[in-house]
Design a protein around this ligand. Structure first.
Ligand SMILES: Cc1cc2nc3c(=O)[nH]c(=O)nc-3n(C[C@H](O)[C@H](O)[C@H](O)COP(=O)(O)OP(=O)(O)OC[C@H]3O[C@@H](n4cnc5c(N)ncnc54)[C@H](O)[C@@H]3O)c2cc1C
Ligand code: SF4
Length: 513
């Protein structure tokens, strides 16, 4: 069967699908939805295949378990293989991780762009060359600071602590329009204030005639010799049951499945990179949670997620912010069990959860293991472990300066600390690397870009070296970590690379209206 322009879900597909188009895009997250909208607007015949389901704003509720099951890959329960293991989460739905993310929107730091140009051989990546794409995203997706009344007491307390220490702290910039501060970002924004891809680029792509098919997993990129011919996959029925087969023939394939699924798909399709970097070079900005208890109500669940960022230590690869965790998530990071855990959780209304994000120097690797699927290996280096410990110490100092009475640290087995002296005494002995409790929501770098095929997997504009018609458009293309929130970089690069593809559409013989 075929399918009409517009959004379709598994319920619309009753038999095997055979489609033809100019460009087929795998994934509808930050990279995929952006490139889909740009190409569709330029008249290219676009099909987007998204493994996750479509979820309307009205369906979003403050129910973490439900959100994890419906909006995240593997229930948000990914973990790297390594010691310590790093827990990670990615979105899996129409809009990808932008549906569940915090909406922090920051341009790529100038120093990072410079590094990519000089060390990684990426062309046309200066601040001036990227500026129009950052500006376009910010204008289209309402990037700005919060309305003041939406800033919660948890963020204000972290700011008070940073101010007392004399540290630089900045208001966060987010893609939101009069966000109501419901602190539900990670479960899907129930007001529609967060301008995720599901509310912006996906509808734009649809308005320009794209076909977007939700509940459709791509399992292979097909090719004849060194030229891609399309993709194959299947419809995902409720409960993950494999449904009808999907075959799309296309002049170009853009893979935008995120930094784990993109290399996994390309590797299982038999593709290799001359640089041997496909699936390697994973960065993940390790994060840690520091939980401060106050002797008054903070009600961290009232007010926006991460209203500020402490930027004082950015040059050392450490950034800090406060984020409220839902009760079930907080219980997951607290020490102990039974009555002890119950007593800690009884003070849920009195906690500020904050922590560092580290610009990592370690790297990891994605591998498809027979019977086990995509596996993520990652090594936390001694240098990064030291940065985590330093970031935790600084966060705890800020929370004590704001009046915290006791603090739970993200070091397995560490005692609760009750004042800065306690903290100093604890940190006088080395913290074992394997005791760090880390998580990641920023996965990057597994199909790195470089003009040099011996160094990169894709060229400066996302074209896969040595395979005609194959492109990558997601966080995989970063040559390395960027030290701050990555969404705006993914989107700006996707816009820039889509423009290049449109300029070259004659070369790929794209079907244009
Ligand atoms: C909880 C959370 C909070 C975050 N907060 C922020 C923040 O505040 N600011 C910020 O800048 N960044 C944030 N991030 C990170 C940011 O959202 C990501 O860096 C960005 O969305 C990555 O874009 P992407 O296109 O690489 O992948 P994604 O946006 O994850 O999209 C990939 C899509 O591809 C689909 N897909 C994968 N494989 C297949 C396949 N085989 N077939 C079909 N579809 C497939 C997936 O289901 C998914 O929908 C956060 C992430 C998370 C998870
Ligand atoms: S805090 Fe703002 S952006 Fe986040 S879910 Fe609530 S209204 Fe939406």
């Amino acid at each position: 069967m075929s399918i009409r322009a517009g959004l379709s879900t598994q319920a619309d597909v009753t038999g095997d699908l055979n489609l033809e188009c100019g460009v087929v895009i795998v994934g509808s997250g930050a990279g995929g939805a952006t490139v889909a909208a740009e190409l569709a607007e330029a008249g290219v015949d676009v099909v987007v295949l998204e493994e996750g389901g479509y979820h309307a704003t009205e369906s979003f509720r403050p129910e973490t378990g439900r959100a994890l099951r419906t909006l995240y890959r593997d229930g948000g329960g990914g973990a790297t293989i390594g010691r310590p293991s790093v827990l990670f989460a990615e979105g899996r739905c129409v809009g990808g991780s932008t549906v569940v993310n915090g909406g922090m929107s920051w341009r790529t730091p100038a120093g990072v762009l410079e590094r990519w140009a000089k060390q990684d051989g990426v062309l046309e990546i200066s601040e001036a060359e990227m500026e129009p794409f950052f500006a376009r995203f910010e204008a289209r997706n309402s990037v700005g600071t919060q309305d003041p009344e939406t800033i919660g007491r948890n963020s204000q307390l972290l700011k008070a602590g940073a101010d007392a220490k004399g540290w630089a702290i900045v208001p966060n910039r987010r893609n939101q329009l009069h966000c109501a501060g419901t602190s539900n970002c990670s479960n899907g924004c129930p007001t529609g204030a967060k301008r995720s891809m599901a509310l912006t680029s996906v509808p734009r792509a649809l308005a320009f005639g794209a076909r977007v098919i939700a509940d459709c997993r791509v399992d292979q990129v097909t090719r004849t010799g060194c030229t891609v011919t399309g993709v194959t996959g299947y419809v995902v029925r409720p409960g993950g049951v494999r449904g009808p087969r999907v075959v799309v023939r296309a002049r170009a394939v853009i893979v935008a499945g995120g930094a784990l699924e993109t290399p996994a798909l390309l590797l299982r399709s038999g593709l290799r990179s001359r640089s041997n970097q496909l699936g390697r070079n994973l960065s993940l900005h390790p994060n840690a949670n520091v939980v401060g208890f106050f002797d008054f109500d903070v009600t961290g669940w009232q007010g926006v997620h991460q209203a500020f960022q402490i930027r004082e230590f950015l040059a050392d690869g450490i950034m800090m912010s406060a984020q409220n965790l839902t009760p079930s998530m907080l219980a997951g990071v607290m020490p102990g069990y039974g009555r002890g855990l119950g007593e800690l959780m009884a003070d849920y209304n009195r906690v500020v959860t904050a922590g560092p994000l580290i610009e990592d120097t370690g790297t990891g690797r994605i591998r498809n293991l027979p019977g086990l699927g995509t596996q993520v290996f990652y090594r936390v280096t001694e240098r990064d472990a030291a940065r985590v410990v330093r970031g935790v110490e600084l966060t705890a100092e800020a929370l004590f300066a704001a009046g915290a009475r006791r603090i739970v640290l993200p070091f397995n087995g560490a005692p609760v600390v009750r004042d800065p002296g306690d903290l100093r005494r604890l940190l006088a002995s080395p913290v074992p690397r394997h005791s760090l409790e880390l998580y990641s929501i920023h996965l990057m770098g597994t199909a790195r870009m470089s003009e040099d095929p011996r160094r990169g997997v894709v060229d400066s504009f996302g074209a896969f070296h040595g395979v005609r018609g194959l492109f990558v458009s997601d966080a995989s293309v970063f040559p390395g970590p960027i030290g701050i929130n990555p969404m705006e970089t993914v989107i700006a690069l996707a816009m820039r690379n889509a423009r290049r593809l449109v300029e070259q559409r004659g070369r790929y013989d794209l079907l244009c209206g």
